[in-house]
Write a protein that binds this ligand. Sequence first.
Ligand code: HBI
Ligand code: FE
Length: 293
Amino acid sequence: MKVAEKHGAAAGEAGRPARADWTIDQGWEQYSEAEHGVWKTLFERQCKLLPGRACDEFVRGMSDLTLDADRIPDFRRLSEVLMKRTGWQIVAVPGLVPDEVFFEHLANRRFPAGQFIRKPGQLDYLEEPDVFHDVFGHVPMLVNPVMADYIQAYGVGGLRARQLGVLPQLARVYWYTVEFGLVQQRDGLRLYGAGIASSFTESVFCLDDASPNRLGFDLERVMRTRYRIDDFQETYFVLDHLDQLLELAHIDFAPLYERVKQASELEPGDVLPGDRVIGRGTGTYHRAKRQGM
Ligand code: HBI
Ligand code: FE
């Protein structure tokens, strides 16, 4: 479904978003006790789970933000902290916004964060990024200068990729890093992707389960690899160090796009002879799902 059709709630009366850049007021004072309660539940669950799983940069970012366990964060306060650290600010949006709007914000160091929070009965399934996914998952990494530069470069690259017609390929790079990336630390494998950091189940699956592949990150390989949006990833790509993202931020993708457009697309679970295999998955989880067990 196209993002524009999904955004029902965001559209003003005339079917257009309230503002051209799709931002809305967070309306922090209007959150109900129940909504703050959902934040508290999600926050406490993840904080118990992440020590030893989240990478050092995530832990550092989380501690610098001093997020309140009991209240949905006020984006104005978050933006003050972030602006001093890495020049970023958080802007509230109703949910998914069109690609070009999304990239324009990122290119200007404005992170679009969902204003709404999921329902109590919907803690583990989310159709659109809500405030917990965006603020708990993404914002701690925006405190890190490398990630802050990388996500801005992604925004700039996204505007260009749209022009070149290679947005799907670039979106895979974001997906397998910013959303579902793993990084090798001296003391073990750690997660840094927001989609896993904010997930009660996948933050365990991505590191502990024997089912998924874990492959060394390779830009061209990732650009060719489809991803799952409806279930756990079949493959996680592993950085040797977060600084590798800085190299990505300075690569000219144009020649790469040409090569990738000639190459065949790869399935999420594929493992190629040329892959740097850190762990070959059994595929048990997704096979069982396919067999409807
Ligand atoms: N909008 N609010 C929001 N958050 C996202 O993560 C997002 C988006 N729109 C488009 C999008 N992501 C992706 O399709 C692009 O990264 C390709
Ligand atoms: Fe996200």
